[in-house]
Write a protein that binds this ligand. Structure first.
Ligand SMILES: O=P(O)(O)OC[C@H]1O[C@H](O[C@H]2O[C@H](CO)[C@@H](O)[C@H](O)[C@H]2O)[C@H](O)[C@@H](O)[C@@H]1O
Length: 261
């Protein structure tokens, strides 16, 4: 099936938890934007415990060719991290929720302003985390994440601690995620990353399809749908996305269906 994706904004229902709408096959003219954790790879107890499914690199390579180069990763992770897990990925990459961008050819552009106080920020979060067992700090070039997956009862404490810290860093915004609270640059977001990529020749004029699983993905799904494309939510939870797939395995099956189309 090689149809164009076309939705009027009024057609888009709010996709509550119970809705499980299988997306149509990916049209060849679509621009595809993929999130990483919880989407291309299953969630794991810690960021460095994720396992890249054996078939994923080849699947991404085929998709890249099928979509004429219009395939990008848009992730909360750093670009360096994403390259570590997917070294051969040929497409563009927006990392740090859009704080950094790897262009075709490999050049990396920093979108968010450089921070002279980043080491101080990391140190302060490490000190906070050290006061309780089970907390993990993930420093990033433009922000920092506190993980509480091993200590879910600390969710409220982590949120208050990070909100308190955010008061001293007004250019950073609180980002809620799955068992994490993050401080990310206010001027970096996945919807802006999508818009930036959509202005590039490889993507321009194509209907965008954004696929993600977490809160940080919602604005990008809404942006994709506002541009006449669609959002696909991976997993459970309320979403603005029109379509939903159960998990990373269902996503790879759907991508394979499209590749065989
Ligand atoms: O935008 P994404 O590619 O989905 O990245 C979002 C965050 O993903 C990572 O955290 C999540 O995955 C971890 C590994 O599975 C899991 O332990 C954690 O609980 C999840 O929130 C990553 O560590 C973050 O930096 C990303 O922002």
């Amino acid at each position: 099936m090689k149809t164009d994706i076309m939705f009027q904004s009024g057609d888009i229902p709010h996709n509550k938890e119970e809705r499980q709408l299988q997306p149509p096959n990916l049209p060849e003219n679509a621009a595809l934007f993929l999130d990483f954790d919880g989407c291309l790879v299953e969630l794991a107890p810690t960021p460095d415990a994720v396992v890249v499914p054996g078939g994923l690199p080849a699947r991404l390579e085929r998709l890249y060719r099928r979509q004429g180069g219009a395939v990008a990763l848009i992730s909360g992770r750093n670009i360096a991290d994403l390259i570590h897990y997917l070294p051969g990925f040929p497409g563009m990459i927006a990392g740090g929720h859009g704080a950094e961008l790897r262009l075709s050819g490999g050049r990396i552009e920093t979108i968010a302003a450089a921070r002279s106080d980043i080491v101080n920020l990391h140190d302060r979060v490490r000190k906070l985390a050290a006061s309780h067992d089970g907390l993990l700090v993930e420093p990033k070039p433009h922000g920092v994440v506190m993980h509480y997956r091993a200590a879910p009862d600390l969710a409220g404490w982590v949120a208050r601690a990070m909100e308190g810290l955010a008061a001293d860093f007004p250019e950073l915004a609180i980002q809620h995620g799955k068992m994490v609270i993050e401080l990310r640059p206010r001027d970096a977001s996945k919807d802006r990353a999508l818009s930036r990529l959509m202005a590039m020749p490889d993507f321009e004029g194509r209907p965008p399809v954004y696929i993600g699983d977490d809160l940080t993905d919602e604005a990008a799904m809404a942006e994709a749908q506002a541009r006449g494309g669609l959002g696909i939510k991976i997993g459970t939870g309320e979403t603005c996305a029109l379509y939903r797939l159960k998990g990373p395995r269902a996503l790879s099956d759907w991508l394979d269906l499209s590749l065989d189309d």
